[in-house]
Design a binder for this molecule. Structure first.
Ligand code: CP
Length: 307
């Protein structure tokens, strides 16, 4: 495929191939000399219409470590601020003949739309509440490296599922690889059609994480709620925040994950987040570079065969 748009575009052999390649890049990234030339001569443009720390910097590092020329476009200082549309912006950048366009936008379907308008490969770095496929890939890489496998693990994805593209992409990849997926959260934050996602739904946090191997916490995305979040964040933490006391019912080998950025004391207690014996949160950040290198390298290989 020319683009990397959504988790459902990947079948299990694709996922395993990307994870295996990412494992190689993890080792490369731990060396002093981290550079390869797989993307030498290629141009990668990162176009982020929403804020990002992890995804944009890791895509930039991933491209650079593979030898690409990378450009970061900031919509706030570009002609978007003068009213230029998403499509006009992408078509304009495409005229400069990049090979890869990495896009984050608040509108669901933005990356897919741009994929129909430009000649280069489009990588979805998060579109609205829809998909964040490279996040799910890096999460799976973190899980596979921690447990040695993904199949048969029980993964509880907890919190604001309704507004989470991370949750949607993770459910699809985890189901494809044979994990048992649970969604845990108050009814207001679990999508109405979640029963059709191939998951178990829990509205009680302790019941939902009982016996779980992985507890993946989600950020409460207040910016997507238009002020409609009724309980206080203190009340939310009491019932759905992850602390040591609640975590005690999970499996003895439990690992805790969070895609970041974290709201400490809202969805997760610092004592849990910072305990490196159980927390994979920093591993997730490290795996983000390797997983994105794997995605870019696989797209570049496709570009070569299309020549
Ligand atoms: N997890 C994630 O997408 O983080 P950023 O918003 O910092 O990129």
């Amino acid at each position: 495929k020319r683009h990397f748009n959504a988790a459902q575009d990947l079948d299990p052999p694709d996922i395993v191939a990307l994870l295996d390649l990412a494992d190689v890049f993890v080792e490369l990234n731990r060396r002093t000399n981290k550079k390869l030339d797989l993307l030498k001569g290629r141009t990668q443009v990162n176009l982020f219409f929403e804020n990002s720390t992890r995804t944009m910097s890791s895509f930039e590092l991933a491209g650079k470590r593979l030898g690409a020329d990378t450009v970061n476009m900031n919509p706030r200082t570009s002609s978007v601020a003068k009213g230029e549309t998403l499509i006009d912006t992408a078509v304009t950048l495409n005229a400069m003949k990049p090979d890869l366009l990495v896009v984050r936008h608040s509108a669901s379907g933005a990356a897919q739309l741009l994929g129909q308008k430009v000649g280069c490969s489009v990588v979805n770095a998060g579109d609205g509440q829809h998909q964040h496929p490279t996040q799910a890939l890096l999460d799976m890489l973190s899980i596979r490296r921690a447990f040695g496998h993904v199949d048969s693990l029980t993964v509880a994805i907890c919190g604001d599922v309704a507004h989470s593209r991370v949750a949607r992409s993770n459910v699809i990849l985890l189901n494809a690889m044979g994990a048992n997926v649970r969604l845990v959260g108050p009814p207001t934050l679990i999508p109405g059609d979640a029963d059709e996602w191939g998951v178990e739904v829990y509205h009680d946090m302790r019941a939902g994480i009982t016996g779980a191997n992985v507890v993946m916490m989600l950020r409460l995305q207040l910016e997507r709620m238009d002020g409609a979040f009724i309980p206080s964040t203190r009340e939310y933490f009491r019932y759905f925040g992850l602390d040591r006391e609640k975590l005690a019912v999970a499996a003895p080998d439990v690992r805790v994950m969070h895609p970041g950025p974290m709201n400490r004391g809202v969805e997760i207690d610092s004592e849990v987040a910072d305990d490196l014996s159980i927390s994979l949160i920093q591993d997730q950040v490290e795996m983000g570079v390797a997983a994105r290198m794997a995605v870019l390298a696989s797209l570049a290989a496709r570009l070569e065969t299309d020549r």
